[in-house]
Design a protein around this ligand. Structure first.
Ligand code: PRT
Ligand code: ZN
Length: 210
């Protein structure tokens, strides 16, 4: 039986569950449950915090997972990706206060930047020869400039309205992301076969949606 980890409650949850259902897989879902078994496919679904999913799949606690590429790459396991799923598209961007002068990435030399993505941002800045002071915070990154914690931020953007509402403007796109299917790298032959069946169905669903 395959074990698939998905986000328990958040932006990925509904689309992840819908994709599994559209693959013709039936299961009872109750919001208080931490796992559930499909009734017509050898699949068990685990409901987890999204940040925990890459590690669980890497360690083999779960065979498969659905998670944002941003979380996967930040966790340091980009090699687990099997395929993009086309939903939860967003970008990780650098932003500065609307009135702040900004011409190029060089303007971030020595600047304090608040982010929840120190790994991805750190690599992006290093590749461009920029040394900044990264302050890792886990949430409400957008308010960092207004409370004096940082002069710039790097956070997930989708419509851009959160940045706008906090008086910030987007100046660089650091990383583009979507939800991805990930898999443990040492699956048994039986599990690999099941994964192929699942991927086949997922691809059919995506073709039908277009
Ligand atoms: O509880 P758990 O840890 O499981 O969930 P979480 O709170 O860490 O994650 P969640 O549910 O907020 O997001 C899950 C994934 O959805 C992210 O890792 C991204 O891959 C993807 N995603 C897509 C987004 C957004 N769009 C998004 N807009 N994640 C977060 N946001 C936030 C962003 O942080 C910012 O605060 O929405 C705000 C910006 O949105 P706009 O539309 O105003 O630009
Ligand atoms: Zn999270």
């Amino acid at each position: 039986m395959l074990r698939l980890a998905i986000q328990k409650s958040g932006r990925l949850s509904e689309d992840s569950l819908n994709l599994i259902r559209e693959c013709g897989i039936s299961f009872l879902s109750a919001s208080y449950k931490l796992k559930t078994e499909a009734t017509n496919f050898p699949l068990e679904i685990l409901y987890l915090r999204d940040d925990d999913i890459p590690g669980y799949v890497q360690d083999g606690v779960a065979d498969l997972g659905i998670v944002g590429q941003n979380v996967l790459v930040e966790a340091g396991f980009p090699g687990l990706e099997v395929e993009g799923l086309g939903f939860s598209k967003c970008r990780l961007s650098l932003a500065v206060p609307r009135a702040a002068a900004y011409d190029s990435i060089e303007d971030l030399q020595g600047v304090n930047i608040a982010t929840s993505y120190p790994q991805i941002l750190g690599q992006y800045l290093t590749e461009r020869g920029v040394k900044a002071n990264l302050h890792t915070i886990s949430g409400s990154v957008e308010i960092a400039p207004s409370i004096g914690l940082a002069e710039a931020i790097c956070d997930i953007v989708s419509s851009g309205s959160t940045l706008l509402g906090n008086g910030l403007r987007e100046v660089e796109t650091v990383f583009r992301s979507e939800a991805v299917l990930i898999a443990n790298q040492n699956l048994s032959a039986e599990k690999k076969e099941l994964l192929e069946q699942l991927q086949f169905r997922m691809q059919a669903v995506r073709r039908a949606r277009r």
